[in-house]
Design a protein around this ligand. Structure first.
Ligand code: SF4
Length: 417
C-alpha cells in the first residue's frame, strides 16, 4: 500500500503518490566543503532528488549553512546520539533531519528537536535499525525479528504523534533482505506515513546492487516505498544513484535517460558484442532522453523481440543492421555499426522523428530476410519462446502465459513519474 501521507523535503514531495524519490548519502567529511559540494553536484547530475550528509561534529553542522545554500538538491542532516546537532542543523537550514528516536538520549531530547522542527516546518526521517532496538524489545527481537522491528517503528511513530509532530517519514533498516521486505509490508499496513526503503550495509557494488534490487524491488512492485537509498561500499555515491534509477526504470515507476536492452548472446553470436554493448552503454550515459536501444548478437531471429525499441542493431560477421521500431533503417559495415547507430539516434532527437530512406531500408530488409531464411531451422531461445506461446494460445500446452494486466506494477507504471 503506497503511503497516504505526503511530506516535502525541500521542494521534493515524498509519499502520497509522488514519484519514488532517489536519495543517496555523501561519503566525504561534511565539513570538507569542497569535497562535499563536488560529490553533491555529482549525485545531483546522476539523478539524486535528495542527498544526506553525516553530521557527527559541530563543524559539520556549521558547514551545512554553506552546503544548503549551494546545493542544487535538498539536504538531509544525518544525526545520531547528539540532539544539539539536530537543533543546529535545523538552524543551518537543513531540509530534513534524520534521527533515530531510540539513540538520541530520551523523550525530552526528541521533544526538543520536534518543537524546533515543527516551528521551522522541517520534516524528519525517523527510524529503527536492526541491532539497535530498544532494550525492552530485545527478547522479541530474538524470537521474531520482523515483529520487533515493526513494534519499535510503531512505538517511535506514537512517540512523535504524542509530541504533535507528524511531518515525518519512517525507515526500517536491516541487513537481512527477507526481514526488510516482511517488516516494511507489515509497517505499511499499520501507518499512513511515507516509507524510506534501504538495505543496510548491502555490500559491494555487485552484491549490494543485487540485494537492493531484490529487497527494494519486491516492495516497490507491491506499491510500498516512497523514497529509496541504495547503500553500496563505494566512495562514489553517484553509483548508488545509478543503481536506484535502474531499479525504478526496471519497474517502470520512473523514466530517466535511455534504456539499453541486449540479448544474452549464445553460440550464434557473430561479433564482439561484449565490448559493443559496453561502448553503447557508456555513450548513452550522456543522453537525457528516454530512448530505448536494443543490441542483438545476430540477425537469425530477425528484429523479433526488440521490435519495440526506438533503435537497435543486429550484428553479423562483417556487417550489421540498424533498425528503428521494428523496421530496417540500413545495413552498414561492422566497424561503423555503433557510430551509425548514434548518428541515427542524434538525427532523430534533433528532428523529432526518424527519417527512413526507402532504398536503404529495402536493402537492409533484404539482408535480414536472407539471414533469416538461411537460419530458418535454428532453434533460438526467441523461437522456442514464440513456439511455446503459440502452443498455449492454441490450447496445446498447460504453460501459464503472463498477463500484463496482472503485473504487480500494472496501473502504477509511469503514473508516478
Ligand atoms: S540467437 Fe538470440 S541470444 Fe543468440 S546471439 Fe542471436 S539474438 Fe543473441
Amino acid at each position: 500500500m503506497a503511503s497516504k501521507r505526503q511530506i516535502f523535503v525541500g521542494k521534493v514531495p515524498i509519499g502520497g503518490g509522488a514519484p519514488v524519490a532517489v536519495q543517496t548519502m555523501t561519503k566525504t567529511e561534511t565539513a570538507n566543503l569542497a569535497a562535499t559540494m563536488e560529490q553533491i553536484r555529482k549525485v545531483a547530475a546522476a539523478g539524486a532528488d535528495i542527498v544526506r550528509c553525516a553530521v557527527p561534529r559541530e563543524k559539520d553542522a556549521e558547514a551545512l549553512k554553506t552546503i544548503v545554500r549551494e546545493s542544487p538538491i535538498p539536504i538531509i542532516a544525518d544525526i545520531h546520539f547528539n540532539h544539539t546537532l539536530a537543533l543546529k542543523a535545523i538552524d543551518a537550514g537543513a531540509h530534513c533531519i534524520r534521527l533515530n528516536p531510540g539513540n538520541i538520549g530520551g523523550r525530552d531530547k526528541v521533544a526538543e528537536v520536534a518543537v524546533k522542527a515543527n516551528a521551522a516546518n522541517v520534516p524528519m526521517r525517523i527510524g529503527v535499525n536492526s541491532g539497535s532496538l530498544p532494550k525492552h524489545l530485545h527478547e522479541l527481537e530474538r524470537e521474531a525479528p520482523v515483529e520487533a522491528l515493526v513494534a519499535a517503528a510503531v512505538e517511535f511513530t506514537e512517540l512523535m504523534e504524542g509530541l504533535d509532530f507528524t511531518n515525518f517519514k519512517i525507515s526500517i533498516k536491516s541487513t537481512n533482505v527477507p526481514n526488510t521486505i516482511a517488516a516494511n509490508r507489515l509497517l505499511a499496513e499499520k501507518v499512513p506515513y511515507p516509507l524510506h526503503l534501504g538495505i543496510t550495509e548491502a555490500g559491494t557494488k555487485w552484491a549490494g546492487s543485487l540485494k537492493s534490487a531484490v529487497g527494494l524491488g519486491t516492495l516497490l512492485a507491491d506499491g510500498i516505498g516512497d523514497t529509496i537509498r541504495i547503500s553500496l561500499s563505494t566512495f562514489h555515491a553517484e553509483e548508488e544513484v545509478k543503481v536506484a534509477w535502474e531499479i525504478l526504470k526496471a519497474l517502470q515507476l520512473r523514466e530517466r535517460g535511455p534504456v539499453l536492452i541486449a540479448c544474452p548472446t549464445c553460440g550464434r553470436l557473430q561479433f564482439d558484442m561484449d565490448s559493443v554493448v559496453a561502448e553503447i552503454e557508456q555513450r548513452l550515459e550522456s543522453y537525457a532522453e528516454p530512448v530505448e536501444v536494443a543490441v542483438l548478437g545476430c540477425a537469425v531471429n530477425g528484429i523479433g523481440e526488440a521490435s519495440h525499441a526506438d533503435f537497435g542493431i543486429a550484428g553479423a560477421k562483417n556487417e550489421g543492421l540498424i533498425f528503428t521500431h521494428g523496421k530496417p533503417l540500413r545495413k552498414v559495415p561492422q566497424e561503423t555499426l555503433v557510430d551509425t547507430l548514434f548518428e541515427e539516434i542524434d538525427k532523430s532527437l534533433d528532428r523529432g522523428k526518424v527519417e527512413i530512406d526507402a532504398d536503404e531500408s529495402a536493402e537492409g530488409a533484404a539482408w535480414l530476410a536472407k539471414i533469416e531464411a538461411e537460419n530458418a531451422h535454428e532453434m533460438t531461445p526467441e523461437r522456442i519462446a514464440a513456439m511455446e506461446k503459440e502452443a498455449v494460445e492454441k490450447g496445446e500446452s498447460d504453460r501459464v502465459l503472463l498477463d500484463e494486466a496482472d503485473s504487480p506494477t500494472a496501473g502504477r507504471r509511469f503514473t508516478r513519474a
